[in-house]
Write a protein that binds this ligand. Structure first.
Ligand code: PEP
Ligand code: MN
Length: 447
């Protein structure tokens, strides 16, 4: 109420609140009175109350998206898609695959490749909401069948976009997760229909939707009974024309603050340009995303949709290498996923990746040497002899790793050579320190 509002004005407001079946709780202060209404987000009282004499402001204290909000659900939600967990500190999830399923060979080859590179969910559109009615609309149910076949072969759970509430039953037969596309974020009939499904939902932010509107869309699904919703930041329309959309990475920490639901970043639609996908994927994870969704195609220039933003197999491999290098993907590939034969790439790209790996190994070796020298410098000058047991343990660990291309002996050769080099560096550093301080040099330990 305004400062100085009189008793009759306060009474009139209380009565207006009671008239819509709610209970007013006046808080009377020295200067002004605040009237709280607890336990409902009923909108009816608002316009009536706002127009009464003596009223200064009508304000919502709690969030309109109750189930989606962290206010009432402080623990983060983990969404399970098949055997994969997303959110609440689960390992980063990479969903990858073509924009649209185009045929058996295309989807199977892509599924095998992205799995080999470490993706854990396969994406592919069977019903495509295209801007033009003349553009390829997707293979329909046939596309869903091919996705199910790819799951059979690779074991990857699949996600595909649903565009029609009447399709929920059919989708449930073929896919593990229902995707609601940006163009359908405000299709409330579709949101409700997916809310009644047992399948988890991947909800994309609308092209021109605010974060609040995205959360309200999620609220439709949760309030219909489905708690398993994953939100996607996929870029919004701005005045910028250099990119297809503007990937709003602000949304990631904002959403983390407001909701307990997991958040996935889509740098493919978010940028619309192949070279931008890799850096923005890393940026999305750095901002706190629980997962990424990436478009990958065996031959991007020939893709029937979103050709400009789809990554080739080697480009997707490079992106996954980045995620490993930044330690965003902590789980090393399981042996079964590793390629057993040289992947069919052109020589130049293979060599580029070799150079990349070599450069990283050189940098890691340098880091390892710095650590060894630092460990040695913590030793007292009369403490001779290095820690043989740690070195032996390291060699044993290296030899025990199974299922790779290198044999135990070959790996031991590499690590023994490394230990010899590190001991040599330690000795030299110790001698230099001793020469500088006049103290006797300590023999170091590399481990
Ligand atoms: C898609 O994932 O291929 C797609 C159509 O995405 P969006 O709904 O974000 O445009
Ligand atoms: Mn697409």
């Amino acid at each position: 109420m305004r400062t100085g509002a009189d008793r009759s004005e306060i009474e009139a407001v209380k009565q207006a609140i009671r008239d819509v079946g709610l209970e007013p709780y006046p808080v009377i202060g020295e200067e002004r009175t605040v009237i709280a209404v607890v336990g409902s987000d009923d909108e009816r009282a608002r316009p009536v109350v706002a127009g009464l004499p003596g009223v200064e402001q009508v304000m919502a204290v709690s969030k309109a998206y109750k189930l989606t909000s962290r206010e009432h659900h402080p623990d983060r939600t983990v969404v399970r898609v098949g055997n994969v967990s997303i959110g609440a500190g689960s390992p980063l999830v990479v969903m990858a695959g073509p924009c649209a399923v185009e045929g058996r060979e295309q989807i199977l080859a892509t599924a095998r490749w992205v799995k080999r590179e470490g993706a854990t969910i396969l994406r592919g559109g069977a019903y495509k909401p295209r801007t033009s009615p003349y553009a390829f609309q997707g293979l329909g149910e046939e596309g869903l069948k091919l996705l199910a076949e790819a799951r059979e072969e690779t074991g990857l759970p699949v996600v595909s976009e649903i565009t029609d509430p009447a399709h929920v039953g059919m989708f449930e037969r073929y896919v593990d997760m229902l995707q609601i596309g940006a163009r359908n974020m405000s299709n409330f009939v579709l949101l409700r229909a997916c809310g009644q499904s047992q399948k988890p939902v991947l909800l994309k932010r609308g092209l021109s939707s605010s974060i609040e509107e995205l959360l309200m869309a999620a609220e439709y699904i949760l309030s219909a009974g489905n708690p398993n919703v994953v939100l996607v930041e996929r870029g919004i329309r701005t005045f910028e024309t250099a990119t297809r959309n503007t990937l709003d990475l602000n949304a990631v920490p904002v959403l983390k603050d407001r909701t307990h639901l997991p958040i996935v970043v889509d740098p493919s639609h978010g940028t619309g340009h192949r070279p931008l996908v890799r850096p923005m994927a890393a940026a999305g994870v750095a901002a706190g995303a629980d997962g990424l969704i990436i478009e990958v195609h065996p031959e991007p220039p020939r893709a029937w949709s979103d050709s400009e933003q789809s990554l080739s197999f080697p480009e997707f491999g490079d992106l996954m290498d980045d995620l490993r290098r930044f330690e965003y993907l902590r789980n090393p590939m399981v042996a079964a996923n590793r390629p057993t034969t040289a992947p069919p790439q052109e020589l130049e790209r293979l060599r580029a990746r070799i150079d990349d790996v070599d450069a990283r190994m050189a940098a890691l070796l340098e880091e390892r040497a710095e650590l060894s020298v630092a460990v040695q410098q913590t030793r007292r000058s009369d403490d001779h002899g290095h820690d043989v047991s740690r070195e032996r343990a390291l060699l044993e660990r290296a030899a025990r790793t199974e299922g790779g291309i290198l044999t135990a002996e070959e790996r031991e050769m590499v690590f023994s050579a490394m230990l010899r080099a590190l001991r040599s560096a330690q000795r030299r550093e110790a001698a230099a320190t001793a020469a500088a301080t006049g103290a006797p040099a300590a023999a170091g330990t590399s481990a």
